[in-house]
Write a protein that binds this ligand. Structure first.
Ligand SMILES: N[C@@H](CCC(=O)N[C@@H](CS)C(=O)NCC(=O)O)C(=O)O
Length: 231
């Protein structure tokens, strides 16, 4: 069982990938020390602990080597504390399917939000919105398959894909507001629209999902360092 000083998380509150790790730490009741990173002026700790990507989150577990990449971190946490709230299924083929969809969410679906921000002009933006909507329909179908008429991808309670997609909900809300469309709505994706509300109010999640202010600050930083139209 980890004690407070054993686990440290390097992050920033508006990072969905950091929030993802926090969800799992909470689900597993693992205490941790939070170390705030400033992405506008990266710390020596970040540069030395994640020299390949130089990104947060980074997890430190006692004196072991640092662990980078949110999906790798949450699987690591699931392995070191398997007796409390397992997030990945025990069946290998189900695990593979969960990972397939996590890969889709991280490498296809969520990057469209950034593409929408970087795309100039109404026509280009409408095209990206259409792709996001198509993605949301695929995710609704995946939800139907995984949840088996229950409340979460993981069934009766939060599982791996709930964590993987759920961490993007604050950004989803922000993107919806700024682009005047709905990613998950009652007509096209009714199950995910309901699921969104359940995730927002879940004990392990509700105090982690960032409010509007950190999201806006992070967005302003993105606009400054990687403005739309920049190559
Ligand atoms: N694939 C990585 C993505 C992490 C990531 O993009 N982190 C952002 C913050 S949300 C970051 O550190 N960005 C710094 C940079 O791009 O230089 C993961 O899952 O951990």
């Amino acid at each position: 069982m980890a004690t407070k000083s054993e686990i440290k998380l390097l992050g920033t509150p508006a990072s969905p990938y950091v929030n993802r790790v926090q969800f799992v730490l909470n689900l597993k009741s693992i205490e941790y020390e939070y170390i705030e990173e400033n992405l506008a002026c990266k710390s020596e700790l970040l540069l030395t602990s994640n020299p390949v990507h130089k990104k947060i989150p980074v997890l430190f577990h006692a004196n072991k080597p640092p662990i980078c990449e949110s999906l790798i971190i949450i699987e690591y946490l699931d392995e070191i504390k398997p007796d409390v709230h397992r997030i990945l299924p025990s069946n290998p083929i189900e695990r593979a399917d969960n990972r397939f969809w996590a890969n889709y969410i991280d490498n296809k679906f969520y990057p469209l939000y950034e593409e929408l921000r970087l795309t100039l002009g109404k026509e280009g933006k409408e095209l990206i919105k259409k792709q996001i909507i198509e993605g949301s329909v695929l995710l609704e179908e995946a939800f139907m398959k995984f949840s088996n008429e229950k409340a979460y991808f993981g069934g009766d309670d939060i599982g791996y894909l709930d964590v993987v997609l759920g961490c993007f909900l604050a950004w989803t809300k922000f993107v919806e507001k700024h682009n005047e469309f709905k990613v998950f709505d009652d007509v096209r994706t009714p199950r995910l629209a309901e699921w969104t509300k359940r995730i927002w109010s879940h004990e392990a999640v509700k105090d982690v999902i960032p409010g509007n202010e950190p999201i806006v600050n992070f967005y302003m930083m993105l606009q400054k360092y990687k403005p739309p139209g920049a190559v």
